[in-house]
Write a protein that binds this ligand. Structure first.
Ligand code: NIG
Ligand code: FE
Length: 411
């Protein structure tokens, strides 16, 4: 049954079907139609335009969006939303002066979450995770990339990836799964790092590929975690299973990870809080999307990714949450968009482009998601009555979402 949304105050992010990402100065543009309608059939956007030209009078399902803005749902291209338990004690420890690094060195951090996950059944992990998934859909996310990486053993990495697969089956939003076995070295491999790399390469990767559990491969390429050489080994091994890289790089240190990722045709490089000129140069003439995670910078009080510099260099930029129990216990893309404007000096247009079409690109789905385009999936946010779209990032912390449509159906 068709669904008509009429009297839309402003319909945002109208793009031609061949536009898969937006770069540089073009990110300042956000094509819109004021006083618009949009028609959905099944799960697809089939028509839209100015109300003057709206000739659909006999549609039974109609939403009156007077005073409201309609835009594509957020495409959150970097999350660790499947996890067990929380780490609020580490939050308090950081307030009392410990750094993220010091906490990790004491056996906290990723290893802390891995221990909790090991002791959590697959069913319980699923239940905990879907509560978060439901919350972020209500906050306007219509597509999520979800990483493993709190398993750190074959059994538990597969447990996480099976939970992601089940979420994909049970929820209407678009899900992409990423294998992040190389998130941290487990304690038993502290003095045998090659042993853990071999386990990833010879045991985890083949089993995960056989069960078809992941689309992408990720590595936490960082001092104290996985070196350039470690990262290279994993990316090379993942190639034979056709797992495209999406890499955690430059969160705390810049030492060539961006260049390595680009060399391996990474779909995205994520974090980039520390970025130098050679990283920017490596990204030019590449197909790799730089992804900023401003909620992580906010929560850990670390520098923000120099998004302004990235865009001013003519590059594209995507925004994602990084939702995880340690560095970003929040999956709120509205906050991410606000924070990118406030702290990274992105314009609202740039931030909305980064969180929709470029986010979709960073998870390989921008041919079907991320813009208002005939033939794309009808995943839409209908806002409350707001004065303008600038009000959305401006009124940070306020929930201005009225309704979320996923695959043509009100969620
Ligand atoms: O993207 N940086 C690496 N991984 C996560 C944090 C993981 C954790 O602390 O649990 C991130 O910030
Ligand atoms: Fe992350």
């Amino acid at each position: 049954m068709p669904l008509l949304i009429k009297n839309i105050k402003e319909l945002l992010q109208i793009r031609e079907p061949d536009i898969l990402k937006i770069s540089g100065a073009d990110m300042k543009t956000l094509p819109t139609i004021k006083n618009a309608y949009l028609l959905i059939e099944h799960d697809t956007i089939v028509d839209f335009g100015s109300m003057e030209n709206c000739n659909y009078s006999d549609i039974d399902q109609v939403i009156d969006a007077t005073g409201k803005i309609v835009l594509p749902t957020w495409c959150d291209s970097h999350t660790h939303i499947v996890y067990a338990g929380n780490r609020e004690q580490e939050f308090v420890d950081r307030i009392n002066g410990l750094s993220y690094e010091e906490i990790a060195n004491r056996g906290g951090g990723i290893l802390n979450s891995a221990k909790t996950l090991e002791n959590t059944s697959e069913e319980d992990l699923y239940k905990q995770s879907i509560e978060r998934v439901k919350k972020v859909i209500k906050l306007g996310s219509g597509a999520l990339e979800i990483k493993s990486g709190y398993g750190l053993s074959t059994e538990n990495e597969i447990k996480m990836l099976r939970v992601i697969k089940r979420i994909k089956k049970e929820f209407p939003i678009k899900i992409k799964a990423t294998f992040l076995g190389a998130h941290a070295f487990p304690k038993e491999f502290k003095d045998n790092k090659q042993g853990y790399l071999d386990l990833i390469i010879n045991d985890m990767l083949p089993k995960i590929a056989k069960e078809n559990l992941a689309h992408y491969v990720d590595v936490f390429c960082e001092k104290g975690y996985f070196s350039l050489n470690d990262t290279q080994q994993i990316l090379e091994a993942a190639k034979q299973y056709h797992l495209t890289p999406k890499i955690h790089v430059n969160q705390f240190n810049a030492f060539g990870g961006v260049e390595l990722a680009v060399k391996h045709n990474a779909l995205s490089v994520d974090h980039l809080e520390m970025l130098n000129e050679s990283d920017i140069n490596a990204l030019k003439n590449s197909n790799t999307m730089p992804v900023a995670l401003p909620s992580c910078s906010y929560f850990l009080s670390i520098p923000y990714t120099p998004g302004r510099q990235i865009i001013d260099a003519g590059l594209p930029l995507a925004l994602a949450t990084d939702f995880n129990p340690g560095s970003t216990p929040s999956g709120n893309m509205n906050f991410v968009v606000s924070t990118a404007c406030i702290k990274m000096k992105l314009t609202p247009e740039e931030a909305i482009n980064a969180a929709t079409i470029n986010g979709a690109y960073a998870m390989g789905i921008s041919n079907q998601y991320g813009s208002i385009t005939k033939g794309k999936k009808a995943n839409l946010i209908i806002t409350k009555q707001v004065p303008s779209y600038n009000y959305l990032p401006y009124a940070f912390g306020e929930n201005n979402i009225d309704q979320v449509i996923i695959n043509g159906t009100l969620y």
